[in-house]
Design a protein around this ligand. Structure first.
Ligand SMILES: C[S@@+](CC[C@H](N)C(=O)[O-])C[C@H]1O[C@@H](n2cnc3c(N)ncnc32)[C@H](O)[C@@H]1O
Length: 387
């Protein structure tokens, strides 16, 4: 496909998304209808679509309209490309710009420039103060692919060399001790021997850094209360021989965890049921709770536009419930680690304050927020201690 034909394909997919279709579904539908498209074409169309989702409002302003066509005109203008050089009508490229399209478009300001609904921009400002705009702008960029080097199996420089031998270029990233940023060949990672043999795991740098901050000295039992795919447990298990237990309200989400743990050389017991305390108590209970994902919207930009104040309120209620329940599993003298991949105060500090004010016997040891503008995803972690 020519570059113009890829833009035309993105236009069609964006129009479907604007009429309510989920992005993944719209992309799969397009790929099925377009058997002529190779893997490079599919990747390019996907990149156009995801970038337009990240910049949904600013591209509409720059392109002068709410259609897929206008957004792709805006996308080209945003990257300094004259749209008339792509909208040629040749080789399945979009039709040339009409006079009205040539004159349409304006420079985005305010929430349009930040690519955020107004109510969310207010939440960002309340949470991040003078860093709100920088975080919002960072969410408009594509996220880097980051790896965690598994210290059980190798070190950073050996991992870099191993990956280079498979055509994957990486560099050490300062966000965490074992973090790598992939600079070339990211699509090969999941099929590489380095990955399949557990030398590296796909994990964002902020998550890694947050888990690096957990004190594992003298810890023998760890419960990952919201384990999901188990990424946080795996990061902790790389640093400790403690016994790890994984639990999730939706056990199906943990189905890949045994295989991932075997690959990593870690031992994580997946719990089907969680006995009531005190029968079951742990030195550390980790709650990586469901959240808005506001720190990860570079990867899931649709979520930024689908979140509503009602959904956010429901999430904060669930977060508090989980914190209260999970705290019961912490042994005396143990730690409760609360984490979200959100930068919003209502999901972070406010939940911790509510918990501490309602639950005697707990103290706040430390909290840390990782901003999106620091390079990794936005992330929050709070360490609470039980007397
Ligand atoms: C942010 S994800 C966890 C990601 C995971 N820790 C990782 O590193 O891959 C949140 C998880 O919490 C689970 N969850 C939702 N409600 C829960 C509840 N009431 N109790 C325990 N887990 C819950 C979800 O099923 C989901 O897998």
């Amino acid at each position: 496909m020519t570059p113009g034909a890829r833009v035309q394909a993105a236009i069609e997919v964006l129009d479907q998304i604007a009429s309510g279709e989920a992005a993944e579904k719209a992309l799969i539908g397009w790929a099925r209808r377009s058997r002529f498209a190779g893997s490079g074409d599919r990747a390019a169309v996907r990149d156009h679509v995801f970038q337009a989702l990240r910049c949904w409002r600013s591209y509409a302003c720059l392109g002068g309209g709410e259609t897929g066509r206008a957004r792709m005109i805006g996308a080209l203008r945003a990257s300094g490309v004259d749209p008339t050089t792509v909208f040629t009508g040749e080789g399945h490229a979009p039709a040339p710009l009409g006079a009205a399209e040539q004159d349409a478009g304006c420079v985005p300001t305010g929430a349009d420039a930040c690519d955020m609904p107004e109510w969310l921009l207010e939440q960002f400002r309340a949470s991040l103060a003078d860093k709100a705009e920088a975080n919002a702008h960072a969410l408009k960029q594509r996220a880097p692919v980051m790896l965690r080097v598994n210290r059980r199996k190798t070190d950073r420089s050996s991992a870099i060399a191993l990956l280079a031998g498979e055509g994957i270029e990486c560099a050490a990233h300062p966000v965490a001790d074992m973090a790598l940023i992939v600079t070339q060949g990211a699509r090969r990672v999941a099929r590489s021997a380095a990955y399949l043999e557990g030398h590296v795991e796909l994990q964002d740098g902020s998550s890694q850094a947050a888990m690096d901050g957990v004190d594992l000295h003298g810890v023998t039992r760890v419960l990952d209360y919201c384990a999901g795919g188990g990424g946080k447990s795996l990061a902790l298990a790389a640093r400790s021989d403690a016994r790890f237990y994984a639990h999730d309200a939706d056990p199906a989400r943990m189905q890949d965890l045994p295989e991932r743990a075997t690959r990593a050389g870690a031992r994580i017991c997946v719990l089907k049921t969680l006995p009531e305390p005190p029968e079951s108590s742990y030195d550390i209970v980790l709650c990586d709770v469901p959240c808005s994902g506001s720190g990860t919207w570079r990867r899931t930009p649709e979520a930024k536009w689908r979140l509503t104040p009602e959904r956010l309120a429901d999430l904060t209620q669930l977060q508090s419930q989980i914190l209260t329940t999970a705290a019961r599993y912490v042994a005396p003298g143990g730690q409760l680690i609360y984490a979200t991949c959100s930068v919003l105060t209502v999901e972070n500090e406010a939940r911790i304050e509510a918990f501490l004010s309602e639950t005697p016997g707990w103290v706040r040891r430390k909290i840390h927020r990782f901003d999106v503008s620091e390079g990794g995803d936005g992330f929050f972690v709070a360490h609470l201690g039980r007397d």
